[in-house]
Design a binder for this molecule. Structure first.
Ligand code: UD1
Length: 418
């Protein structure tokens, strides 16, 4: 497994363009089989989660290929409604396939999905919502079996604004008979993107970005070429990198309102931030102060996917910080690795108490999940001395050419292929 060799201490300067959002591209790929016409998703990063989702579509019988930076899907010949357990276990987003498969085949069989080991991640909200649309569900030997004669519109309420469950309802209701009204929906920008994509295919979806989404079923969906929203989590990771290392960078592609709370927290740390349309400029040239409190929440709250990176920042800042993780139960698994670098953190349940130290030192550390792994890379870039970050397979799930982009900003980082 590959590793990064990092020499800490270089300041970051320059400009970096955000990739298309992983969390948009994955549901769009699932949506691509709703039509048997050609679908093109522009500027798709070849991160391993995307490669894995493409493989899932191929197993269903679709033809999928990269054309330059775009990905093209033709699923006219797709005929299979069952996902093999090896791929679904690798990728939690395979759960979105339930909604798409039910729309296309009225049947779906998947094994319990995988993804990062960051908590229990049940799928009860997905399954209960699908039942409301007329799907009967049973479980056998680790597989979930779903089927229906037809899908019909329904009033559905989510007890919690789950991103995946919201997207699955959209995918299952888009060609159902009648109208679906989903209340308690998640409001993430990637859900707005899915609505745009579906409507460009001929769907009638409204309300994404608010907590009520209505989906009027249509008879058929057609071809679409679509450029997804840019990755606010990747952008946020680079902004935090610059805050930690010092310097001045510009991140392009992401609108400030999509990471509003992060920008607020970075200002609290003492960074200067300027936002103009989809350009965010950060300058970090003083000793950072800790945030008193960071609490993860569904959008527009502080994103759980930036929690680890923000914690890494606070480790080397002045004062103390309380970080509360409300989304996933075990999303502090990276903490023992930061402690190897001299971080002073105490975890109690869903809270981490950080006492800032003057500077972290280099160490040999292992990435155990995607965002925790990114946080370790950032910590190593700001630390004194050299570090190696082992097992990059998790980081490669979500960041395309992470080291190339960091190197272009002046970071001292090399990938060693093992
Ligand atoms: C998506 C994102 C992920 C992000 C997360 C929260 C994608 C591909 N992934 O994941 O990067 O960290 O949103 O912003 O878009 N829950 C249930 N039952 C369910 C579904 C969810 O209890 O049926 C709980 C989960 O355990 C978790 C919370 O709801 O505590 C949020 O999960 P959800 O919003 O569904 O996250 P994902 O869609 O898996």
């Amino acid at each position: 497994m590959d590793k990064f060799m990092i020499e800490g201490g270089a300041k970051l300067y320059g400009s970096v363009k955000a990739q298309s959002a992983k969390n948009s591209v994955l549901p769009l790929l699932a949506a691509s089989i709703l039509t048997d016409k050609k679908v093109v998703i522009r500027e798709t990063p070849a991160i391993s989660d995307v490669v894995c989702m493409a493989q899932i579509l191929r197993e269903l019988g679709a033809e999928v290929w990269f054309r330059g930076e775009d990905i093209v899907i033709e699923s006219a010949r797709a005929s299979c409604h069952k996902l093999s357990s090896s791929l679904t276990k690798e990728l939690r987003s395979s759960v979105f396939m339930l909604g798409s498969l039910l729309t296309r085949f009225h049947r779906a069989v998947i094994s319990y999905p995988g993804g990062c080991d960051i908590g229990l991640r049940p799928i009860d909200l997905h399954l209960n919502a699908l039942k409301r649309l007329g799907v009967s569900i049973s479980e056998r030997e680790g597989y979930i079996l779903c089927q229906c004669d037809k899908l019909h519109g329904a009033d559905i309420s989510l007890d919690f604004p789950s991103v995946g469950a919201t997207e699955n309802v959209m995918l299952a209701a888009v060609m159902a008979e009648g109208t679906t009204c989903l209340t308690g929906a998640a409001k993430e920008p990637e859900i707005v993107d899915l609505q745009k994509f579906l409507n460009r295919m001929g769907a009638k979806v409204a309300g994404a970005g608010t907590d009520v989404i209505t989906i009027e079923g249509v008879k058929e969906l057609g071809s679409v070429t679509f450029k997804p929203v840019k990755d606010r989590i990747e952008a946020g990771t680079f902004l935090i990198a610059c805050a930690i290392c010092g310097g001045e960078i510009e991140v392009t592609g992401v609108r400030g309102e999509n990471i509003g709370l992060l920008l607020h927290k970075l200002r609290e740390n003492g960074c200067k931030i300027q936002v103009k349309n989809d350009k965010i400029r950060i300058e970090s040239n003083t000793r950072l102060k800790c945030n008193r409190r960071i609490e993860t929440m569904p959008f527009p709250g502080f994103p759980t996917d930036l929690q680890a990176q923000a914690t890494a920042l606070n480790c080397g800042a002045e004062g103390g910080a309380l970080v509360v993780e409300n989304l996933f139960e075990t999303r502090f698994k990276y903490v023992p690795e930061l402690q190897k670098m001299g971080a002073d953190i105490e975890v109690k349940g869903r809270s981490a108490f950080v006492r800032g130290v003057p500077r972290l030192h280099g160490a040999s550390i292992t990435a155990g999940d995607l965002r925790g792994g990114a946080a370790l890379v950032l910590a190593a870039l700001g630390a004194e001395g050299s570090s190696q970050v082992l097992d990059l397979s998790h980081v490669d799930r979500g960041y395309y050419d992470f080291e190339g982009k960091l190197k272009a900003l002046g970071a001292n980082i090399q990938r060693v292929r093992v």
